[in-house]
Design a binder for this molecule. Structure first.
Ligand SMILES: Nc1nc2c(ncn2[C@@H]2O[C@H](COP(=O)(O)OP(=O)(O)OP(=O)(O)O)[C@@H](O)[C@H]2O)c(=O)[nH]1
Ligand SMILES: [Mg+2]
Length: 251
């Protein structure tokens, strides 16, 4: 925690695992100013978030062991990109068993979604197109949303834009949501995708870490006071020595 009580969260993970995306998601969902940290950084954070991929890797185990040994900050382990893994829950449970720690599957991509009006309008357009092709059966026919004939470059650009914002799973989920609740706007759609991202499952894990965070801050604050007292002491010594040096003769 900073002096103003802000929780300092450091997020790390092996290359490409989705750290930057998770940092954005944590900020968007919880308002915390998380920072991406390299593996080897000595974390002066209150809470470490470790993002793993489909399964934990060597560097994940090394970091988690180190944190356990050294009385570092509490760690919350996330199995990232959950939207891209059909068996995300099972994979996370298996990783949790191996690591002996809870592992929460989360889609950072969906948790951080912040669709704008143009993206929402495009989703609605495609959903309507798909619904028409599905003859009113409720679930839009994805293939029909983007017929080969739709060579409109602006539509294609928008499709790429939306896909990179929400991924394929998010696209399908947004379509389903629009079929069930056609009134959803950009904010409503974003909230729906955040809702299925799994990020809220972190709340109990973070709550559980709070006593350890508070205790660690207390210990660190005490150490800080002792350190500055020690520094002050040395300064007095230094001043006395200087005064003595001046008194005995250089003049
Ligand atoms: N489907 C899906 N893709 C994701 C998710 N999180 C990240 N990605 C994608 O994975 C790629 C890497 O994401 P980043 O967040 O930049 O990952 P990083 O760990 O910071 O990557 P480096 O800094 O390159 O090591 C990007 O193309 C992201 O869009 C997710 O939850 N779901
Ligand atoms: Mg990164």
């Amino acid at each position: 925690m900073d002096a103003d009580g802000t929780l300092r969260v450091a997020v790390s993970g092996t290359a490409g695992v989705g750290v930057a995306t998770m940092v954005r998601a944590l900020h968007r969902r919880f308002g915390v100013a998380a920072t991406a940290r390299p593996d080897d950084a000595d974390a002066d954070a209150d809470l470490l978030v470790r993002v793993i991929g489909a399964q934990e890797r060597g560097p994940d185990r090394v970091l988690l062991d180190r944190c356990r040994r050294r009385g570092g900050p509490p760690v919350v382990v996330i199995a990232g990109k959950a939207d891209a893994r059909p068996t995300a829950d099972r994979l996370a449970r298996a990783a949790a068993d191996r690591l002996g720690l809870p592992v929460t599957p989360v889609s950072g991509l969906l948790a951080g979604v912040d669709l704008d009006d143009a993206q929402a309008a495009a989703l609605r357009r495609w959903a309507d197109r798909g619904r028409d092709a599905g003859r009113g059966f409720g679930v839009p026919v994805i293939a029909a949303m983007f017929p080969d004939g739709a060579t409109d470059p602006a539509d294609q650009r928008m499709r790429a834009d939306v896909l990179s914002s929400v991924g394929r799973t998010g696209l399908v989920a947004a379509m389903r949501a629009l079929v069930d609740s056609p009134e959803l706007d950009a904010a409503g759609l974003s909230a729906h995708l955040r809702g299925i991202s799994g990020i809220d499952a972190l709340i109990p894990a973070v709550r559980a870490a709070v006593p350890a965070i508070v205790e660690r801050r207390r210990v660190l604050a005490l150490a800080e006071v002792r350190l500055s007292a020690a520094r002050g002491h040395r300064r007095e010594d230094a001043e006395r020595w200087l005064a003595g040096a001046v008194g005995t003769g250089a003049r």
